[in-house]
Design a protein around this ligand. Structure first.
Ligand SMILES: Nc1ncnc2c1ncn2[C@@H]1O[C@H](COP(=O)(O)OP(=O)(O)OP(=O)(O)O)[C@@H](O)[C@H]1O
Length: 305
């Protein structure tokens, strides 16, 4: 049985239109399915929790942007009871890009109805002050999260999505946030052993997949099926240099810049002297001065083709 959790408001309202086309196909092939529409932030998590506990085993399909996929995964209580699938209808598409999923919704649906390949996706966990969030793509603190926080409430995103230029939202906001950006001291501990102190950090992100922010390949070696988190720390650069490094990150060539560090670990703790924006898969996890990141022990089975 297929359960579809659809965010009709994804990609500034286009999610509903895309779903109507997909549903036409589902009814024509007489597929056994149920659809549930999200009504507000956090609703996809509640729906996924209900389906994965009451209706499993099943295929649980998130239809929306990275935020909807994140909320659905966060709601799955027991990864061994569901197969997860994803139809991207958002603007940043980092989950689909990172897992090499079909980006065209109609083709993605065909792959889900006739699956031939699966991926064991290790899910990341961010915790802070007793709260936790899961992530499939990445979780970051500082500049990258400040961009996400602004994008979540941006009228520019709606406007550019309507012009099919949604990806530009993040570029525009990234430039604005760069002007406002203040570097912060950060203490970073990797696997409880390696202690790092950087006096002027712009951001630190734990990457489960290669891309975040709509295609920035921040950690070119990240592999979500392994037991490692790939970490990027960007520190002690002039803003002009950050501006020069950012476009090269689309191709993963930024790692040669002095001040950009890449690490691998199973656990990371970050401490700062003031609260900074935090994101999980581009969704806000508030502002925090402490953040602990690790990976779930059991992988989630994902249809990839
Ligand atoms: N019915 C709804 N009305 C308003 N917001 C919703 C609704 N359903 C879900 N949301 C929220 O919409 C936000 C954005 O969703 P999502 O990420 O799926 O789409 P997107 O922003 O278009 O895509 P992307 O993240 O790839 O840019 C999420 O925070 C989600 O919780």
């Amino acid at each position: 049985m297929y359960y579809f959790i659809v965010n009709p408001k994804s990609s500034s309202g286009k999610g509903r239109e895309i779903w109507d086309t997909l549903e036409h196909r589902l009814t024509s092939v007489k597929c056994d399915y149920r659809v549930l529409f999200t009504r507000e932030k956090g609703h996809a998590t509640r729906l996924a929790k209900y389906i994965s506990t009451e209706k499993s085993p099943c295929v649980l399909v998130a239809v929306g942007g990275d935020g909807t996929a994140n909320e659905v995964i966060y709601g799955i209580e027991d990864y061994s009871k569901v197969v997860f699938a994803y139809i991207p209808t958002g603007s940043s598409n980092d989950l689909a890009r990172g897992l090499n999923l079909e980006k065209d919704p109609a083709k993605a649906l065909e792959a889900i109805l006739h699956p031939s390949s699966y991926h064991s996706l290790r899910i990341g966990v961010s915790t802070s002050e007793g709260e936790r969030r899961n992530f499939a793509v990445s979780s970051g603190i500082g500049y990258d999260a400040a961009i996400c926080h602004e994008a979540l409430n941006s009228p520019i995103k709606d406007f550019l999505n309507k012009l099919k230029l949604g990806k530009l939202t993040y570029t525009g906001i990234a430039l604005r946030q760069l002007l406002l950006l203040k570097a912060s001291p950060m203490d970073i501990i990797l696997d409880g052993e390696k202690k790092l102190h950087y006096p002027k950090v712009y951001f630190t992100a734990a990457m489960n997949l290669k891309y975040e922010g709509g295609g920035f390949m921040f950690c070119p070696e990240a592999d979500s099926s392994d037991e490692w988190l790939d970490i990027i720390v960007v520190e002690k650069m002039s803003k002009l240099k950050v501006l020069m490094a950012l476009p090269t990150a689309y191709y993963g060539k930024h790692t040669h810049f002095k001040g950009i560090h890449i690490f691998r670990c199973r656990r990371m703790s970050v401490r700062t002297d003031r609260s900074l924006a935090v994101h999980t898969d581009g969704e806000s996890f508030g502002c925090r001065d402490s953040l602990d990141i690790s990976l779930e022990a059991i992988p989630l089975k994902v249809i990839t083709g």
